[in-house]
Design a protein around this ligand. Structure first.
Ligand SMILES: Nc1ncnc2c1ncn2[C@@H]1O[C@H](COP(=O)(O)OP(=O)(O)O)[C@@H](O)[C@H]1O
Ligand SMILES: [Mg+2]
Length: 364
């Protein structure tokens, strides 16, 4: 075992895969369960008539949770208000960061699909989108991970751009070359997430970039078709374990517990995402009857879809999507508020109409 000291840059961080035997009975049990539930979610998404309808809201919730792990906390109100505003007029800093995170997921997905590879450049690109910066791999020494409450150093990542690049290059091979290691892709994802965080290639944004890589990896290995899984929700619910287990891999090669932690996360969040999508589709079906009765001949499928793509909506959005002109759009929204399908909320000069039942499902 190589010597590890939490105050000294961990330039001896070993490459993947770990020497320890990973295919233990316990890990395999969880691997099977996680694969089964993830496959169910994947299959279910394939049957959706219009998957893009749900994608934006689900990806936004994931972006919110992943940012919250880094103490970037925004309220649903601020966030959904921001989704309707132009980028540069968003005053709420946290909401802006969450939207950048969502854009980074989409950008990463597109970029990955060009070459069907997860590369160092892709990683840097994702971080740049999240942080809205032109910075790259850390050049200067001094990056340390500290306990946020006590300020005590818990980990010092490798130092020196050349060393960091070398470790990322090796990680790249492990990620993309399926011949290199025959481990189950979900076990691989757990290893990759640890390794990326341990390399900690950037001055900031490592946690968020690493969590985006998780979902891109699942798509790359065809375990899911869309970035719909809420893995960050699980991580934030279990944040102390997440931090403890990252440390325990470094300090005592406790891969077993770390891998199981991630596998459980995949299983739980696959199930949860599936339930959420189901609940949203049920609600949409139910709402459509009331929508038809209320809007009569003005009802359209596009209008209904819009109310489920934007849980917070305003007159302008109806205008932009060609549903109605300003006056009429305003009447529609008021009618829908009267039958309690939407709840009006005044924020600043603007009134937002909230699909509150949808919000209940999304934020539960
Ligand atoms: N002991 C540890 N070893 C390696 N990585 C860790 C450790 N503890 C936490 N991390 C990772 O570091 C991330 C925080 O790093 P940071 O660069 O600030 O990312 P972000 O800006 O996205 O928060 C955490 O989300 C976690 O993924
Ligand atoms: Mg940070």
């Amino acid at each position: 075992m190589k010597y590890f000291n939490k105050n000294i840059p961990f330039n001896d961080l070993p490459d993947l895969p770990p020497k320890k035997k990973l295919e233990t009975t316990e890990i395999l049990k969880h691997t099977i369960q996680a694969n089964k539930l993830l496959a169910e979610l994947k299959g279910f998404c394939l049957t959706l008539p219009n998957p893009n309808l749900l994608l934006n809201t689900i990806v936004l919730q994931e972006s919110k949770e992943s940012s919250a792990i880094e103490d970037i906390v925004t309220t649903q109100d601020e966030l959904y208000k921001a989704t309707l505003d132009l980028n540069d007029s968003i005053s709420n800093h946290a909401a802006k960061e969450v939207l950048l995170y969502r854009q980074a997921i989409y950008w990463g997905l597109e970029e990955m699909q060009k070459k069907d590879l997860i590369t160092t450049n892709l990683m840097v690109g994702i971080m740049r989108k999240i942080k809205n910066t032109t910075q790259g791999i850390r050049k200067n020494p001094g990056t340390k991970l500290a306990n946020p409450t006590t300020g005590k150093i818990i980990y010092t990542p490798p130092e020196g751009e050349e060393i960091i690049r070398k470790k990322l290059a090796t990680l790249e091979v492990f990620i993309n070359d399926d011949e290199y290691s025959s481990l189950d892709p979900l076990i691989k994802m757990a290893l990759i997430h640890y390794q990326f965080e341990a390399i900690h290639p950037f001055g900031d944004g490592n946690g968020r970039t690493g969590r985006i890589l998780n979902v891109l990896f699942l798509i790359n290995k065809k375990l899911i078709g869309l970035p719909v899984i809420y893995l960050s929700y699980y991580i934030i619910q279990n944040k102390p374990d997440y931090y403890r287990l990252l440390r325990e891999v470094t300090e005592k090669q406790n891969w077993q517990e770390w891998v199981i932690f991630i596998l459980k996360g995949v299983a739980e969040t696959s199930q949860m995402t599936l339930q959420k999508i189901n609940a949203i589709l049920d609600l949409k079906k139910k709402s459509e009857d009331l929508l038809r009765q209320t809007l009569k001949s003005s009802y359209s499928r596009e209008f209904s879809d819009l109310l489920f793509s934007y849980p917070y909506i305003k007159i302008k959005v109806l205008e932009q999507h060609g549903i109605a002109k300003r006056q009429t759009a305003s009447v529609y929204l008021q009618k829908l508020a009267q039958v309690k399908l939407l709840i009006p909320l005044k924020m600043g000069k603007e009134t937002y109409y909230i699909n509150h039942q949808l919000m209940n499902i999304l934020s539960k």
